[in-house]
Design a protein around this ligand. Structure first.
Ligand code: NAG
Ligand code: NAG
Ligand code: NAG
Ligand code: NAG
Ligand code: NAG
Ligand code: NAG
Ligand code: NAG
Ligand code: NAG
Length: 834
């Protein structure tokens, strides 16, 4: 340490100085402070001197906690100008400045720059502040707190001193060994309305909530410290004070770009990290881009939502969860004196205020009017604070970095055009919090699967949302509409559907004109949920429009189900959905038109039944079986029809059967294939006993309906109508009796006799009887039925069928007999004899 050429005089001075400084907190003029000398603040909290951080061989002059064993530096004088070896010397020169010299190189490496006339002393205060004060005047000429390094101590200000023009900020060390100026900066951003920002280089990575609100969003200070943001004519700055001064705490930025709040734990003898930015992706600056808000959520959640009136700028990236491009206006409609207004976005961290200005003494209404008068004003926020009174913030230009919180935040009012203003009046939730699928635009749309998690209700649902993929991108819009009820945070999860399906949405006028204003002459029929009309589109295409009655009981959800279901189902034995039409309460489905109408109009009509010879009937049976098999297991969704009957099977021009009316279908995912419903929908004569009585439906209740339908096709008789004389004996009972007497062929429709293939008929009757067995578990699956119909293998003997459910009276008896299984609501379609 002591080099050979060191003179005796220097040695004496060195020893003297060690004595001088070891117990003192002050450097006086004419004193020399060398490497190894130390200043200790009065109550011994902080120390000042030369140090070599980590494995560095270079030395720095700085301040550290004196009593904390893990050496923690809070300030460095010469961070970018280290001294080799231990040749640093600090002194106060004649003009009262602290000057740090490298003795070996004979150069000055650091100094203060004050122009005080009096002589100063340097003193290390208990706050960790090194000050230069006039020996006589006691005026502070310089302080280390004005030139922070990477650490904010209590009472240390960050921000602008308007009198001196000094802007204080902290910058990370380059590494643990190198206190040199790093890339992470935490500073007060003065453009627009002031806010605290973390930069990596010149890129913003984080913002605190803007003035006049709080310190760091997400930092629960638990009464540990108080933060103050001062914004007056002398300064715009922020600092914090400790409620309990014995707690050692500070904020520090590190080179990785994070801001941490650390407090010393005496017990575990280590720094406790109380808070660290970033905690969640939403805290990253501009994570969702412009005009979007971020809602913190689970790891795989869809976090970003476009503001009302905006849509994703790059939809593909957006769906793939690269939200950084943000959102753009949906339409270029003037928002300046053109009927525009505002939509409230509640509980947010207000957007980047670098494009905002604050106005004092303006209440909410005045603030709104002010914003309206400024054409470039994109949003406003008005609030009242006890210190400031009314404050109005007006944004001009991009709204960046908005975060929506479930339990914190201020209201932002975003300017929207007259169209959005009209639309926003539609509340997407009814009072019960029931979801209504938003009205969709005209055009081709594709399907997205959206899972919504309403945190407090733990309500998880899957919706299919039609999304205009090719032209105008509306996912943000839809998500906004699919929000959980107010006050509950919404978590979205979007998956792109595997198949790309297109579903045109027709507008009401097109449909009204096509159906001649739903005239009675165009009416094809009336079902449980509404009427079906025939129509013709302007391009000549014939359509069937299912107009759902408003009081049909089919709510928007059921409707959405049906629509989304059918559009995804593609099978030659299913009726094709061409599109839909939604207008206010009115809901309509547009199908391909089947000129031959439904199967019942053939089966039970004296002259038309002749068109159905055995070959045709057999093909119809197999076609229906295939369609049902597709519904049950081959489509991506497992669908239970719940109302399969002759009038729900349509015939195309070649008499190929197509199953229609999926309005009551329930979707089951995965293994689940059975459910209970409080609401029974179906048609007497076709309902399996377990469904009619207990509301218990499954694919096997569809199999039952299929069995009944099959026997009707063969016999030309209705299960529930043609046996009125003897209610105990319906079609099923009749067939069962004949079967047991080996006279099954006698049930065959008389007009068929010529075209008959008796083996095929017997096989069909056999399969039909298997389908209508009493116990669901005994019935075959639809794929087994398809197999039975198409092969020569031996079939198991049928067990006793359920043939007692011919009239509602029977059902009542059953309900009385099984009181505990009451059926809440029964919607049953009585088959009208035509
Ligand atoms: C420190 O010493 C090294 C070699 O010992 C030399 O390369 C470097 O330039 C020196 N730095 C300063 C600041 O004197
Ligand atoms: C620094 O110390 C090393 C030995 O530790 C010595 O070789 C070198 O000359 C010294 N450099 C200066 C500038 O004094
Ligand atoms: C004291 O140091 C400061 C800063 O380096 C310098 O500007 C000033 O000229 C010095 N004063 C004297 C008397 O050397
Ligand atoms: C020191 O301060 C004077 C005025 O106070 C200024 O002109 C000069 O540039 C400063 N020097 C440095 C090195 O900061
Ligand atoms: C030392 O002084 C500082 C600043 O006044 C104070 O916050 C702290 O509590 C004191 N520490 C002790 C041990 O007295
Ligand atoms: C912090 O603020 C609270 C509420 O304003 C006040 O009661 C408390 O005394 C303050 N504590 C300090 C240390 O300033
Ligand atoms: C996100 O999109 C932007 C702009 O299209 C692109 O620059 C960036 O690399 C993308 N980020 C990722 C992680 O793909
Ligand atoms: C929007 O409309 C304005 C005026 O009608 C026009 O000047 C501007 O170029 C349009 N912008 C875009 C992107 O179409």
């Amino acid at each position: 340490m002591v080099s050979p050429d060191f003179s005796l005089r220097s040695l004496i001075l060195l020893l003297l100085s060690r004595q001088l400084f070891s117990s003192l907190d002050t450097i006086k003029p004419n004193q020399v402070f060398r490497d190894g000398d130390i200043l200790i603040s009065k109550n011994k909290t902080f120390a000042f001197g030369f140090f070599k951080p980590g494995s560095s061989v270079q030395s720095y002059l700085g301040i550290w906690y004196n009593k904390i064993p893990e050496k923690t530096f809070v300030w460095v004088a010469n961070r970018d100008n280290p001294i080799n070896n231990s040749s640093g010397v600090l002194l106060i020169n004649r003009s009262g400045n602290l000057v740090l010299l490298d003795e070996s190189r004979k150069v000055q490496v650091w100094s203060t720059n004050v122009s005080s006339k009096t002589s100063n002393i340097a003193q290390l205060l208990d706050s960790g502040n090194l000050v230069l004060i006039g020996q006589i005047s006691q005026v502070v000429a310089w302080q280390s707190f004005d030139y922070p390094t990477d650490t904010l101590l209590p009472n240390m200000k960050i921000g602008m001193d308007l009198k001196t023009g000094l802007n204080r900020f902290i910058t990370s060390w380059r590494s643990g060994d190198d206190p040199g100026t790093g890339k992470t900066i935490y500073r007060l951003d003065l453009s627009g309305s002031p806010q605290l920002v973390i930069y990596r280089g010149s890129t913003k990575v984080f913002r605190t909530a803007p003035w006049p609100w709080i310190w760091v969003v997400g930092d629960d200070n638990s009464g540990m410290y108080n933060a103050t943001f001062d914004n007056n004519k002398d300064e715009i700055s922020e600092w914090f004070t400790m409620e309990d001064p014995s707690i050692v705490m500070h904020f520090v930025v590190d080179e990785s770009g994070s801001l941490k709040r650390l407090a010393w734990d005496d017990q575990s003898r280590q720094w406790n990290k109380f808070w660290s930015f970033p905690m969640d992706p939403c805290q990253r600056y501009g994570y969702c881009g412009a005009y979007a808000s971020c809602t913190p959520g689970s790891r795989n959640a869809f976090l970003c939502t476009c503001l009302t009136g905006y849509e994703p700028k790059s939809p593909r990236d957006w769906y793939l969860r690269n939200w950084s491009d943000g959102c753009v206006r949906k339409r270029n409609l003037s928002m300046c004196g053109n009927g525009e207004g505002f939509v409230k976005v509640g509980q947010v961290k207000l957007p980047d205020t670098s494009v905002a200005q604050a106005m004092m003494g303006m209440n909410s209404e005045q603030c709104k009017q002010k914003c309206l008068r400024i054409c470039s004003c994109s949003a406003y926020s008005a609030m009242y604070t006890s210190e400031r009174g009314d404050v109005c913030l007006l944004w001009s230009g991009e709204l960046m970095d908005i975060v929506t919180y479930p339990d914190w935040g201020l209201d932002l009012h975003v300017r929207i055009d007259s169209i959005d203003l009209a639309e926003k009046k539609e509340d997407f939730f009814s009072k019960e919090g029931k979801l209504v699928i938003p009205l969709l635009s005209v055009g081709m749309v594709s399907v997205l699967v959206v899972t919504i998690l309403c945190s407090q209700l733990i309500r998880r649902r899957k919706y299919k949302v039609h999304q205009d993929w090719g032209q105008h991108k509306r996912v943000g819009n839809i998500l906004a509409a699919l929000r959980c009820p107010k006050g509950i945070s919404t978590t979205y999860n979007l998956q792109e559907a595997n198949s790309h399906v297109d579903l045109p949405i027709y507008d009401l006028r097109t449909i009204t004109e096509a159906t001649n204003n739903f005239s009675s002459t165009n009416k094809l029929g009336q079902g449980g949920f509404g009427s079906v009309y025939r129509g013709q589109l302007p391009d000549g295409q014939e359509i069937a429009v299912k107009k759902l009655s408003k009081d049909s009981g089919q709510g928007p959800m059921e409707f959405a189900n049906e629509m989304m279901l059918i559009v995804q189902l593609q099978h030659r034995n299913l009726v094709k959905l061409l599109g839909c039409c939604i207008h206010k309460e009115e809901k309509m489905l547009v199908y391909e038109y089947m000129p031959n109408k439904s199967l019942d109009t053939f089966l039970f009509d004296q002259s038309r039944k002749l068109e159905l010879n055995w070959r045709r009937r057999y093909k119809i049976i197999v076609g229906i079986a295939r369609g049902m098999m597709y519904l049950h297991q081959d489509s991506r969704l497992k669908i239970i029809h719940r109302d399969l009957k002759a009038s729900n099977v349509l015939l195309d021009v070649t008499l190929n059967p197509k199953i229609s009316d999926f309005g009551m279908a329930k979707i089951f995912e995965g293994e689940q294939s059975q459910g209970n419903t409080r609401r029974v929908v179906g048609t007497y004569g076709y309902m399996s006993p377990e469904y009619a009585i207990f509301g218990k439906f499954s694919t096997k209740s569809d199999v039952f309906s299929f069995g009944v339908l099959l026997l009707e096709i063969i016999s030309g008789k209705r299960n529930n109508v043609d046996f009125r004389e003897d209610p105990s004996l319906n079609l099923i009972g009749h067939v069962w009796d004949l079967w047991r007497e080996e006279r099954a062929l006698e049930i065959v429709e008389p007009s068929l006799k010529e075209s008959l293939l008796s083996n095929e008929v017997l096989r069909c009757v056999h399969a039909g009887l298997l389908c209508v067995q009493d116990r669901a578990i005994d019935r075959p699956t639809m794929s087994e039925v398809v197999f039975m119909l198409g092969s020569d293998t031996n079939l198991p003997p049928p067990k006793q069928p359920a043939f007692f459910l011919s009239t509602p009276i029977d059902v009542d008896k059953w309900i009385i007999g099984a009181k505990q299984c009451s059926v809440d609501e029964v919607t049953i379609t009585q088959v009208n004899a035509r």
